[in-house]
Design a protein around this ligand. Structure first.
Ligand SMILES: [Zn+2]
Length: 163
């Protein structure tokens, strides 16, 4: 299951990537390109634009019209495609560019020395390096926020699942 996400759904794209799904997103992607990419790469088109959604439906492309607040959007997409709101860094993709992440253990740590803050380098032993944009991820303080947010999304999904 892969996605292409319209320019209005950047936050949804980030959470799909973190959940491990190959998700194309660009703030400058236009409607025609989105339709072509969806068809050629067999990607589900997520859009907040009713007209674009309709065009995708007419072309028989897999698509979902995504509306509401950011939280509602994330919960609706996860619910519809039965994605569990759990972020496992060993499965996640780069939230910035959709690249694949590689785990960096203590033995390879030297590789990322120049890419992170000195303190971060000293404090953590496990990192994930994006092969494309060289962003480095680690389970720092923000990780707790990710966990809490996914918890909130999980309870929203549970509500959506009730008849
Ligand atoms: Zn990246």
């Amino acid at each position: 299951m892969r996605f292409v996400v319209d320019a209005m759904l950047g936050k949804v794209a980030i959470w799909l990537r973190l959940a491990g799904y190959d998700t194309l997103y660009s703030g400058t992607l236009d409607d025609d390109d989105a339709l072509v990419i969806s068809a050629e790469e067999d990607r589900i088109l997520l859009t907040a634009d009713e007209e674009l959604h309709q065009r995708a439906v007419e072309r028989d492309l897999p698509t979902m019209l995504v509306r509401g607040s950011v939280d509602e959007k994330v919960a609706a997409v996860f619910h519809k495609f039965q994605i569990s709101a759990i972020i496992d860094p060993s499965k996640a993709r780069c939230s910035k560019c959709n690249g694949k992440l590689r785990r960096i253990n203590t033995e390879q740590k030297e590789e990322i020395r120049d890419l992170v803050h000195e303190n971060t380098y000293e404090c953590y032993d496990t990192f994930w390096l994006c092969g494309d944009c060289h962003s480095v991820f680690f389970q720092g303080g923000y990780w707790e926020n990710i966990r809490k947010y996914m918890h909130r999304i999980t309870s929203m999904i549970e509500k959506l699942s009730k008849p």
